[in-house]
Design a binder for this molecule. Structure first.
Ligand SMILES: [Zn+2]
Length: 170
């Protein structure tokens, strides 16, 4: 509750807004950031993207894929550019086609991660993500599955870009 300022109430003091709009005499950058930031619900795929063993540049690529921010053909269309799948020629190049409905990508995915996933290996993006969210038989399998997923996404996207740019930008 706010009171009209008056002399008897003592000296003015500087306070910082912290948790639940409570004011404190000290400044905490973490609490201030938490107050300012736009809070969103945690996404389930967070654990498939950011984990301690992940290679940062692979994780970033995977984050872009989850957000569907990669410049696949369906997104290029919005910019007036026609682009078929750079890997198999399929007309409709989407994120889900690339990982791993595309016959080229699925072959890479199968050869890399087939043993780790067994019967659960699939060309379907959502099914792949669901099985990555489930606990594997051992902790090491759990980590390896996610690492394989990230490495394959990163490598396929690099291959895709090198074909798109005629190999000039590697
Ligand atoms: Zn393809």
């Amino acid at each position: 509750m706010w009171h009209v300022p008056c002399q008897d109430a003592g000296e003015d003091t500087v306070l910082w807004r912290a948790d639940n709009d409570e004011c404190k005499a000290y400044f905490s950058s973490a609490k201030t950031w938490n107050n300012l930031r736009d809070k969103r619900n945690e996404v389930s795929w967070r654990k498939v993207t950011w984990f301690s063993q992940a290679v940062p540049r692979h994780a970033f690529q995977v984050w872009l894929a989850f957000r569907d921010r990669l410049s696949t053909g369906d997104r290029m269309k919005n910019w007036g550019i026609e682009q078929c799948c750079m890997l198999c020629g399929e007309k409709n190049e989407t994120r889900d086609h690339m990982f791993f409905a595309c016959p080229f990508s699925f072959t890479v995915w199968l050869n890399t991660a087939g043993k780790l996933f067994g019967n659960a290996i699939t060309p379907d993006w959502n099914d792949t993500v669901s099985s990555l969210l489930q606990q594997a038989q051992t902790r090491i399998d759990h980590i390896l599955r996610r690492m394989a997923f990230q490495t394959v996404i990163y490598s396929i996207w690099r291959e895709h870009n090198s074909r798109r740019h005629g190999g000039v930008w590697g």
